[in-house]
Design a protein. Structure first.
Length: 156
């Protein structure tokens, strides 16, 4: 189920990186409460190796995901997370990770990129999960964008 998503935004790369990736466990449940019931760092301090748990509402096909922060570069606006438990690991995937990169544009905005890597369990098929996952990522970046445009002093 590997795929790439790119979303262009008028928001600066630094603000988008902080809000959509670094502090998502705090911001996500506030701006998309119909998706996230709660989220928190359950191990570590938010640095590499930390584990965060995202708990979902019934709008999602699974109840939670635990993910580890494998890599973060605050200057290049990049990070990588690996799913450890929950999500589609319970059903169709053996492994899953996402590498995020928020690239500045010449206009002061950014391009949000997410590249997924995953391995299916033997005999498992993606069905329409790939399309749903892509749509989900686009909606999350757009929800973050809307929040940051509405609150220009947030995440500066």
């Amino acid at each position: 189920m590997p795929f790439t998503v790119e979303v262009e935004s008028p928001v600066s790369a630094a603000r988008m990186f902080k809000a959509a990736l670094v502090d998502w466990h705090n911001l996500g449940p506030k701006i998309v409460p119909h998706v996230f019931a709660s989220a928190s760092i359950i191990e570590g301090d938010g640095s590499v190796g930390s584990i965060r748990q995202l708990n979902f509402t019934s709008d999602m096909p699974f109840s939670y995901v635990k993910e580890r922060l494998d890599f973060v570069d605050h200057e290049k606006f990049e990070c990588k997370v690996t799913a450890l438990e929950g999500g589609h690991l319970e059903t169709i995937l053996e492994s899953a990770s996402v590498r995020f990169k928020i690239e500045p544009t010449s206009t002061g905005g950014c391009i949000c990129k997410a590249v997924t890597e995953s391995k299916f369990k033997p005999g498992a098929e993606a069905g329409d999960e790939k399309a749903k996952a892509k749509e989900y990522l686009v909606k999350l970046f757009k929800a973050t964008e809307a929040y940051l445009l509405a609150y220009p002093d947030a995440y500066v």
